[in-house]
Design a protein around this ligand. Structure first.
Ligand code: NAG
Ligand code: NAG
Ligand code: NAG
Ligand code: NAG
Ligand code: NAG
Ligand code: NAG
Ligand code: NAG
Ligand code: NAG
Ligand code: NAG
Length: 650
């Protein structure tokens, strides 16, 4: 009995302790989470792509992603210290000057992940793309030429850790936190990322397991003619639409093609207000999607012009095929053999400047003395009103371009590819997120539009253009320019699109095609291009309000909630490599001589920063934890003995 009383007296103290520790423990725990964990609002992850040959891109680990203490590499000393050390639990905060293939390959196996900073500009030119972009899918698969000498092919490398780019504000904060860690300030900063990719191994395996979707998109083409006259010759004016970057959500691709796309849309707007009655040729304006992945959009379009057959037409809509599923088969009005001229605007955002004031672009053509090239070369500073001239390139091979998809089927179609480079690219950041608005020359926008409108009008009508009749809608052009190159938060996005992009950083990454041939995706940027071109070329506006095309009459489209009549069309951009097995509900590779790029599925991507505990507080937590454990054991032991005597339950 005596011993029992002693136990009873002691029981109170540990119990009290336990309660106090429990309450304070709980309290500091929730404070911890509320105060110091901060999620990155817009992470820009590198994701995983697969090809028939294997994996490309990045992924985090499956369980809770990767995490560690921040380590800032912003100079050679920090890099050397890191490479010489053996702490593999660090998360690297990488200054943009150290973000290239050589450096990442050195550090990737020694760290948990990498944050790439965007608060400063790279001090040197760099391209993560290939030295001959898309060579094997082009016209000269065995060429020795180097178009992009800066390219280190990092875009096609496989990295076993997560890599995220950070937006400006987060970059500033991450650099500061990394700097504090370097100084040894306590508590230290850490970070965690989650970007686990389901897909792995290669395209075939990944598609079979249902963990991947083909990369693809939607091309857009338009014409001012309500119905194309199939007897007339066709002038095809085109641009590649999509761009690429290591971080897909940062793929502005200003010089790569977005500048050219702004010029194309602005040209169409300018033509919409001009007299076109003298045109005796059909002029088709087109912007091809998924070109950066092996000219997929243009190849698909050409293949459809030559080989499309509808097995089962829709009963109600004569423009729709049910098998294969094509919601719009207006392209069957285009006769491939009638394509007599191709004008492609490629990289044109950085024209050379001659005599201080005149911009100069280059013409790439296989027919150097054709009437087509002459039409451009003769337009030397049109009536002295525009300051843009053309020069024939010295190269004998065409540069990487969408035109190749057409020329593969008929090498004699007169073609000019207009670029800002004669030989090697002048773009210092091809395929990088730094190919942004700072990388192009906005002063050349108006001269380029006036010059091209003048020449195309002349080619379409066979008569010289009176340049003083070309009136630019300067507010429209400026808005589109800033919308595409600076931020999607512009009026046109707001009025034309129902869903505002969650992140206004412009990107023209192609994205994925869709889970099957019927449920396909159309990205917001592609919708924007479609709506703009459709609205500009509309031949009739009705007052009918609508939610989608099904709310309009046959032949009309629903644009910004109004039914309009326009000859503007969406065309699937999917690699000819793929076909869909309806029985197995899966894409499969039908012919692997075409591009086999697929993107892995993932659940979400996230990144967060947190303050790690100091050693002192870690030790305190350990002691507290042990105390709790010991007390609990004691309490259980005592109460068991005590209770088991009173109640015969335990
Ligand atoms: C990669 O970055 C390092 C460090 O800035 C630099 O010395 C090197 O020249 C870069 N390599 C390439 C190919 O740009
Ligand atoms: C970045 O920080 C600045 C200054 O604190 C602030 O004005 C701006 O809105 C922030 N930008 C974003 C995108 O959060
Ligand atoms: C190839 O293009 C040329 C020039 O437009 C045309 O004369 C010729 O008929 C075309 N050939 C084929 C097979 O389409
Ligand atoms: C170009 O401009 C600079 C500075 O404005 C001037 O010194 C130079 O003479 C000009 N050159 C020509 C060819 O006009
Ligand atoms: C255009 O400028 C050149 C050189 O400045 C001049 O010789 C020519 O007469 C001008 N042409 C017209 C149509 O004004
Ligand atoms: C060009 O257009 C302007 C304005 O429409 C007109 O005044 C001028 O006479 C035209 N020039 C020619 C050569 O037709
Ligand atoms: C569509 O075109 C009409 C007629 O040109 C114009 O009034 C309207 O502002 C355009 N809408 C948008 C969103 O561009
Ligand atoms: C649309 O409505 C306006 C104003 O109510 C009217 O003037 C116009 O004629 C209508 N247009 C059509 C195509 O019905
Ligand atoms: C795959 O496509 C290529 C290029 O069009 C063609 O030459 C080849 O015959 C095709 N292979 C098969 C198996 O269909």
């Amino acid at each position: 009995m005596e011993t029992k009383n002693i136990f009873k007296g002691y029981l109170f103290i540990p119990l009290l302790l336990l309660i106090i520790i429990f309450i304070t423990g709980c309290h500091s725990q929730s404070d911890l989470i509320n105060k110091i964990y901060s999620n990155v609002q817009y992470p820009f992850p590198c994701v995983r792509i697969l090809t028939k040959d294997g994996e490309v891109g990045c992924s985090s680990k499956i369980n809770g992603g990767n995490s560690g203490e921040l380590y800032l590499i912003d100079d050679n000393d920090a890099l050397e210290d890191f490479l010489g050390g053996n702490n593999k639990n660090l998360v690297i905060v990488l200054d943009t000057n150290y973000f290239n293939k050589t450096i990442v390959q050195q550090i990737q196996s020694k760290c948990q992940g990498i944050f790439v900073l965007t608060d400063t500009k790279k001090s040197y030119s760099y391209s993560p793309d290939e030295s001959y972009p898309l060579k094997k899918f082009g016209l000269y698969p065995n060429s020795e030429k180097i178009w992009n000498p800066l390219g280190d092919s990092f875009l096609y490398g496989d990295v076993p850790i997560p890599i995220f780019a950070l937006d400006l504000n987060t970059s500033i904060a991450a650099r500061e936190a990394g700097g504090l860690n370097k100084k040894g300030t306590k508590p230290t900063w850490g970070a965690q990322f989650d970007s686990f990719m389901h897909g792995g191994f290669d395209t075939e395996t990944c598609l079979r397991r249902g963990f991947c979707v083909p990369i693809g998109g939607k091309s857009i083409w338009t014409s001012f003619s309500p119905v194309l006259n199939q007897e007339k010759e066709i002038i095809l004016v085109m641009v590649p639409m999509d761009t690429n970057a290591y971080f897909h959500d940062m793929a502005i691709g200003a010089d790569a093609s977005t500048f050219a796309q702004v010029i194309l849309i602005s040209m169409v707007e300018t033509f919409s207000r001009m007299d076109k009655t003298s045109w005796n040729k059909e002029v088709i304006f087109a912007t091809w999607d998924t070109e950066r992945w092996g000219y997929i959009g243009s190849t698909k379009f050409v293949d459809d012009l030559l080989n499309f057959k509808c097995d089962s037409m829709d009963n109600t809509n004569p423009n729709q095929c049910n098998s294969p599923p094509y919601p719009d088969i207006s392209f069957t009005n285009i006769n491939f053999e009638k394509i007599s001229t191709i004008i492609e605007l490629n990289q044109i955002g950085r024209p050379e400047i001659v005599d201080n004031s005149t911009f100069q672009l280059y013409l790439h053509s296989l027919q150097s003395n054709s009437p087509l090239t002459k039409a451009f070369l003769d337009k030397q500073s049109i009536e002295n009103t525009t300051s843009l001239i053309y020069k024939a390139s010295k190269e004998t091979e065409l540069p990487p371009s969408s035109s190749m998809s057409f020329l593969k089927k008929n090498i004699s179609i007169p073609t000019v590819i207009i670029t800002d480079h004669d030989g090697a690219y002048s773009n210092p950041y091809f395929g990088d997120h730094l190919d942004d608005s700072d990388n192009v020359n906005p002063k050349s926008v108006f001269p380029t539009i006036i010059s091209l409108v003048s020449i195309i009008n002349e080619l379409a009508s066979g008569q010289p253009t009176n340049v003083s009749t070309i009136q630019l809608n300067e507010p429209f052009i400026s808005q589109i320019y800033s919308c595409f190159l600076y931020s999607f938060s512009c009026n046109y996005v707001i009025t034309l699109l129902d869903s505002y992009p969650y992140n206004t950083y412009p990107t023209f990454y192609s994205n994925v095609y869709g889970v099957n041939p019927t449920f396909t995706m159309i990205t917001l940027q592609t919708q924007l291009v479609y709506y703009l071109l459709a609205n500009i070329t509309a031949t009739q506006y009705s007052n009918t309000t609508c939610r989608d095309n099904s709310g309009c009459n046959y032949g009309q489209s629903c644009i910004a909630h109004k039914c309009i009549t326009t000859n503007t069309h969406i065309h699937p951009a999917i690699s000819l490599a793929f076909d869909y097995n309806y029985k197995k509900s899966a894409w499969f590779i039908k012919n692997d001589s075409y591009p086999t790029f697929v993107e892995s599925n993932w659940d979400y991507t996230s990144a967060r920063f947190y303050q790690m505990d100091s050693h002192a507080s870690e030790a305190w937590f350990l002691v507290a934890g042990l105390l709790i454990l010991a007390t609990s054991i004691l309490v259980i032991f005592i109460s068991k003995r005590f209770l088991s005597k009173r109640y015969k339950l335990l």
